[in-house]
Design a protein around this ligand. Sequence first.
Ligand code: WTA
Length: 638
Amino acid sequence: MDQSGAIDNLLQEERVFRPLPQLVIEANVNPQELEGARKFAAMDPAGYWEEAADELDWFKKWDQVLDDKDAPFYRWFPGARCNIVYNALDRHIETANKNKLALIWEGEPGDQRKYTYFELYREVNRFANALRSLGVRKGDRVVIYMPPLPETVISMLAAAKIGAVHSVVFAGFSAKALRKRINDAQAKLLITSDGFYRNGRIIGLKETADEALVGACADCVEAMVVVRRCNIGVDMVDGRDFQYEDLVRQERNEAPTEVMDADDPLFLLYTSGTTGTPKGVVHSHGGYMVGVHRTLTTVFDIKPTDIFWCTADPGWVTGHSAGIYGPLMAGTTSVMYEGHPNYPQADRLWSIVAKYGVTIFYTAPTMIRMLMRFGTQYPKQHDLSSLRLLGTVGEPISPEAWIWLYKNIGRSECPVLDTWWQTETGMFMISPLPISVLKPGSVTKALPGVEVDVVDRQGNPVPPGKGGLLVVTQPWPSMMTGLWNDDDRFKEYWSQIPGVYYAGDVARRDEDGYIWIQGRADDVINIAGHRIGSAELEAAFGVHPAVCECAAVGVPDQIKGEAAKAFVMLNEGFEPGDELIKDLKKTIRNELGPVAVIKSIEFRDSLPKTRSGKLMRRVLKAEENGFEIGDLTGLDED
Ligand code: WTA
């Protein structure tokens, strides 16, 4: 196992990068303070997070920082009352931030919209009033099926403001996948747009939303709100569908902010696990806002002059925490871009950085790998001197991609902050700070207030240099508060290795205590930083009449990091062939959407199984990769 290519590669990586002295002098948290914070948090975690909570505004403070009586159903800040939107918007209206830009949005065709905090506040209030007029109440679920638009941000904040629970569904999901989420969440309202621009084309969204509602559970989605983005004619159902622009026009600029209990749900976000059904990760107002605010401002060293750009779509947790809630709570200016990174050519991102003077650029390794292919000619055409920090998330970054980013985008001056976290964790968990000594490919160390370990299946720490399972050994404030309607599945996170949170990743700690994430330990495929469950793909294949049985595994892909490969056993009477492959791919698109890309399909007469009949995906994976990324010698039973 240790002879495997990927791990060897990481073991050989010995370069270290030190921050420029100027950066250390100017950093919000200097090295002594970081050490101090780590010590304080290790001795008194509740005290550390209480201090972080005190940086935000509350309607009523907590009776206790952490209630662990009912673990793993930890309750952060019980007794407290708050609303994250008060911290993201309302409080800025009383300060100099009022007239500062909150959001700079650029559409793919080049159109721009800018909102100051005051303007965004008013827009959110108007839409919050509209939602109330449509009958949306505290606790109701609102599904938002939208591309990155200002109205996506407005919808999320408006829902949260009135105490409704939003659930953003990435626009790359199919009607069926959307319906599944609407049904599971028992959503009352759906917000979508007529369409959006992607790679020079208009992609219709409203018709997919309509399709999703056919056969959705009877008592959900009483109304749909449609944002006009592309001015394409869409069919509006009388009495059910409402034009966003008409709704907000008649509403008042002020709206009361609902007073929420700290652990009242803020949003649901569906993510893939090891079964065929995605899980609805629940985050609540209080703990989430504290964790996200503290970690975002610490890691990205947010200054009043920053222009922050997180390229993640609002449909993922990165878009929620680092794209919307975090930057707004920090009172910074963020950038959002609607379209394809290569449209009209491969310098689009760099042109946006230069145009708005982006100072912090946060993206995914897959994006870097894609842009690297075009060489340095594109970044060279633009003035990227405004950049001071770079960040990545979502999958391991190879030292090669790290160095490329550092050198060609960051002028060998901007630290690359590789942040490890998950939908479930809500906030950054393991990450360097701008002052940290960096090793390309390592996420370095857990942030203050976060305790992690690398262990074997019994929970014993593994020695430095050895692969093991990444666990979080203490609760943290922005931890998910549950899985929607599925307590049993939620408890599994804490019972696989009793008493600790099982992240599902394989990691290694080196002699300096630096952590290197190696990939998923379970049957979750990380395609371009997006999680797709093997079982989810297999269930989708199973819908096709030709498929008798299927195993889907992740295989290495130069750009996407991992891609899905399916091994398919056919039913009697079906012949392998290109037509069938095309048809199967179409089925996957129908079932899950363009987000689930299948790289290749191979037909087999049989699939490897354990004696008890369980699919042995790792055998197929090993055949493909020549080694097992997620397998751990000595750790796997079976
Ligand atoms: C992976 C995204 C390596 C990991 C915020 C995790 C990473 C999953 C990193 C969560 C990183 C995230 N290095 N791998 N810096 N960050 N991952 O829920 O496998 O979409 O479990 O959250 O992405 O994906 P999710």
